[in-house]
Design a protein around this ligand. Sequence first.
Ligand code: GTP
Ligand code: MG
Length: 195
Amino acid sequence: MHIKSVNLETVCGVTSVLPENDKVEIAFAGKSNVGKSSLINALMNRKAYARTSSQPGKTQTINFYNINDEVYFVDLPGYGYAKVSLALKEKWGKLIEKYLGTSKQLRIIFLLIDIRHEPSENDKNMYDWIVHNGYNPVIIATKLDKINRSQRDKHIKMIRKGLNTVEGTPIIPFSSISKQGRDEIWELIEFTMNG
Ligand code: GTP
Ligand code: MG
């Protein structure tokens, strides 16, 4: 898609009312620091519009990016971030759950998993939630540039096994450095927008 405009339209904290958007929403979920905001920047062709950080826990709100007035990218706070209190973790969890459970426009939930690591309990729970709530899960294996090419298939198998994926779940390897995987992800988004 040709990106004409991007706009961080809505920012929701734990006490905010979630927006009722009238365009398709695509959400990006995953562990803190896995690369959600970086992927969103790559898809938007922006270097740093979505704020990223080498420190986990950067995105602490649900951020709705309006792309071309055609589709929303929804950047979610990462889970599993150790440094915040249990009380705040629970509040974030509830906010994410509320959003995922009530959005009428949500069409795809991308679940991001670091290609180097075995999926965590939180990753498995997220994956199962996506399947049980009737969404077609799409896994993005991030930070592809951090492993050798020869290791790629082995790591993808590890993720598939760790999540115990249902048939038909795609795993798309992606790097925000090389941008490998970007076009394939956009194809999926456009297919969904038009379908
Ligand atoms: P939270 O907002 O804390 O949940 O994190 P996030 O999932 O949004 O991660 P973010 O995009 O902020 O990236 C975290 C760190 O990983 C940053 O230092 C990024 O530069 C780095 N990073 C993200 N994607 C890649 C990638 O594909 N390759 C490499 N080498 N680094 C990446
Ligand atoms: Mg982020």
